[in-house]
Design a protein around this ligand. Structure first.
Ligand code: ADA
Length: 568
């Protein structure tokens, strides 16, 4: 495939369907469940990927849009469509036949395209971006980031031979052994032998006969001259499995993640995670970031001396993770959730969607060495009994899917959290010196360090002092270019001083395993009256503004992080 970051196939015929698709806006009075694709008149074009409501003609619109493209697939061939990430609610049709309704925003979804006697196949996606707890239980209009509609990420078309690889799960052992455990899922061969050629870093290392049983086979691969992977030295190995007609190729990194006596270890070495929470956000493109912008963001994060990114608050684009693998970042990837409360935790559809999205996220991302932490339910009601079953279930699910990585969730209730048994790393979001329960209160910046110490104490007395402690959010807002003699709230000076104090605390305290500062860059948020608490209707706590222009805090964070991570 002519892939932009990394090609998972060299033999299989596949391509990205990105480019201009037919498009039309169907408005906000239609029932998206009742629309038939053959009745739609497409009157313009729109790029894919795109968040259509970030574009001038549909800015701020909520309703249903339709995208269409046509592709050539040889007659009688089976194919698969992979949507790397869609918006709120979508119906996908192939040749007028509905294949799937997707209500898991940001999840990677695969759809099989049955053989046909037509060579030209028509793909239609109805993309609805209206809030609806029934249709899209994972999204609410009170989430503090703009909920766009559309086809957020690339779409792939794969032509599938009768026997083909579905997934391969690669788990590197200790680098000294050079061994990688491989589990492969094969379609079209429930039981039988499958001859496979294994290439490592483009060299054939073995010819295996895999004994496929129940569509699965497990074996080991030896990587000659294995080198370890870390953020400082992100050495990747490429592993390709080739059967006669199909292949699957992945990049892996030999690295271990451990939680030892309150520290987080990478390859056995205590490691401080220093970085940012990052939204996929841009005023012109919404959450459908062009690759060039993603690369730009990562280069900025490197310049800041970061080794860590929290992908807030949803499963990440595979291109982003592939770039993190090669550029060297540790990533905390989480499923979609934001401040969920009783109505959600008691809603079986919400709980099922959380499970489904978390499972899909792990299956999509588990071969990426950059991902070191799985998470879910940002700032959910983890201080309430009714929330405990879902936190427990998601923790178990992460362990079932991938016992090799620690699990966490960002809590805003460190004083009385009831779910800390269900995490390996304690992650706390805290805004001392910024938010106040009493709006008449003045919150001095000296509070920052004291509050962090208080939280650490709470976590210890609650019996979780042996777990690494991460500050998964801390920060203050600043409007780009805003200065005033008092250095008041929203000035760049206030924010810079805030960030300096917070970073210094993290860097100096051996008990703190790391920080993901809130946040990398400003991002668009509420369209509701909640925007009254968010000047410009943006969350302004970025160290850069939405166009990636650095605020004053940039310099302070950069010098502290670079000194601590040893960036030259
Ligand atoms: C929360 C939340 C973020 C953002 C932040 C803020 O902690 O997780 O998404 O909303 O607060 O800016 O207040």
């Amino acid at each position: 495939m002519n892939d932009t970051v990394f090609s998972a196939h060299r033999i299989r015929r596949c391509s990205r369907l990105d480019g201009m698709w037919d498009f039309t806006w169907l408005g906000d009075v239609c029932d998206p469940a009742a629309i038939r694709p053959e009745t739609i008149e497409f009157d313009r074009r729109m790029p894919v990927p795109s968040a259509f409501d970030a574009y001038p003609d549909f800015a701020g619109c909520r309703g249903t849009a339709a995208y269409r493209t046509r592709v050539r697939v040889a007659i009688s061939s089976s194919a698969m469509l992979r949507f790397r990430g869609l918006g709120l609610w979508n119906r996908i049709f192939v040749d007028g036949v509905e294949c799937r309704t997707v209500s898991l925003p940001y999840s990677q979804i695969e759809i099989s395209v049955p053989p046909s006697s037509n060579e030209v196949r028509e793909i239609v996606v109805l993309a609805d971006n209206r809030f609806s707890r029934e249709r899209v239980p994972l999204v609410e209009n009170f989430y503090d980031f703009y909920a766009y509609g559309g086809i957020y990420r690339s779409v792939e078309l794969h032509i599938l031979p009768e026997i083909h690889f579905v997934h391969v799960r690669l788990t590197p052992q200790k680098v000294e052994t050079g061994l990688v455990d491989a589990e492969v899922e094969v379609a079209g061969l429930g039981e039988g032998d499958l001859p496979v050629r294994v290439r490592v870093d483009d060299r054939v290392v073995s010819e295996e006969t895999l004994h496929v049983c129940g569509g699965r086979a497990a074996f080991q691969i030896f990587v000659p001259e294995a080198r370890s992977w870390s953020a400082e030295s992100p050495h990747l190995h490429t592993i390709a499995l080739e059967s006669g007609t199909d292949d699957i190729c992945q990049r892996i990194g030999f690295r271990t993640v451990g939680c030892v006596d309150g520290t987080l270890t990478i390859n056995g070495k205590a490691t401080k995670l220093l970085g940012y929470c990052r939204h996929e956000a841009h005023p012109q493109f919404g959450c459908a970031l062009p690759l060039a912008q993603t690369v730009q963001d990562l280069q900025i994060l490197k310049d800041l001396g970061c080794n860590f990114i929290r992908g807030s608050h949803y499963p990440q684009d595979p291109d982003f993770l592939a770039l993190c693998d090669e550029m060297g970042f540790y990533v905390f990837e989480e499923s979609l959730g934001w401040g969920n409360r009783e109505a959600h935790f008691r809603n079986p559809e919400f709980c099922a969607a959380q499970e489904e999205q978390t499972r899909l996220m792990i299956r999509k991302s588990r071969n990426h060495p950059s991902v070191i932490l799985w998470g879910y339910l940002n700032e959910g009601a983890s201080n309430e009994e009714y929330a405990v079953p879902l936190y427990r279930r998601l923790y178990q699910l992460c362990k079932e899917e991938d016992p090799s990585r620690p699990v966490t969730y960002a809590t805003m209730f460190p004083d009385d959290d009831k779910c800390l048994d269900y995490c390996d790393v304690v992650s706390v979001n805290t805004y001392p010196g910024w938010y106040a329960a009493d709006m008449d209160e003045f919150r001095p910046l000296s509070e920052i360090s004291a509050r962090i110490d208080e939280i650490l104490d709470r976590v210890r007395t609650a019996g979780h002092g042996h777990k690494p402690f991460l500050i998964s959010e801390i920060g203050a807002g600043a409007i780009y270019g805003w200065r005033d003699p008092l250095g008041a709230h929203w000035t760049e000076d206030f924010q810079a001083e805030y960030m300096r104090i917070a970073c210094q605390k993290v860097v100096e305290s051996p008990r703190i395993a790391g920080v993901s500062l809130w946040q990398f860059c400003d991002c668009r948020t509420y369209a509701s009256a909640r925007a009254l608490q968010r000047p410009r209707a943006f969350n302004n706590k970025g160290t850069l503004d939405e166009y990636r222009r650095p605020k004053a805090a940039y310099r302070d964070v950069r010098s502290l992080f670079r000194a601590a991570t040893g960036a030259s």
